[in-house]
Write a protein of this length. Structure first.
Length: 123
């Protein structure tokens, strides 16, 4: 991280001994060591969280790819598109797909339509 060699550390220790004195230097070194340890553990925790998030993101991506492959292989998209096209074709012809009524029976024809259909069948 920092490019500090042995002689630089010796210089820092000498200056700290002169500034703090022999009574306060061990306490200051202990406090600095505790802070350095907390900093290190915090950095380790952040690294592990980032690694977990990256792994989770990778798993989500793989899951999405697998879902896409399953959809492509099952052909459900093609089936849905075919059904939608058929409904659109029926709608354009003026016919609506038959829906179930409350009783569950198919809708009945009006009497005028039945007479018209019979005349068309006779000719």
């Amino acid at each position: 991280m920092f490019d500090i060699g042995f002689w630089e550390l010796c210089l820092i220790a000498t200056v700290a001994l002169l500034v703090l004195g022999p009574e306060r230097l061990p306490i200051a070194a202990r406090t600095a060591g505790k802070w350095f340890g907390k900093f290190r553990s915090m950095v380790t925790n952040v690294k592990s969280e980032i690694d977990r998030e990256l792994q989770l993101d990778e798993l989500r991506r793989k899951m999405a790819d697998q879902e896409q492959q399953i959809r492509e292989q099952s052909g459900m998209d093609d089936f849905k598109q075919t059904v939608d096209e058929t409904v659109a074709d029926l709608s354009s012809l003026g016919q609506q797909p038959h829906a179930k009524t409350d009783s569950g029976a198919a809708p009945t024809k009006k009497p005028d339509q039945a007479k018209h259909n019979d005349k068309a069948n006779d000719s």
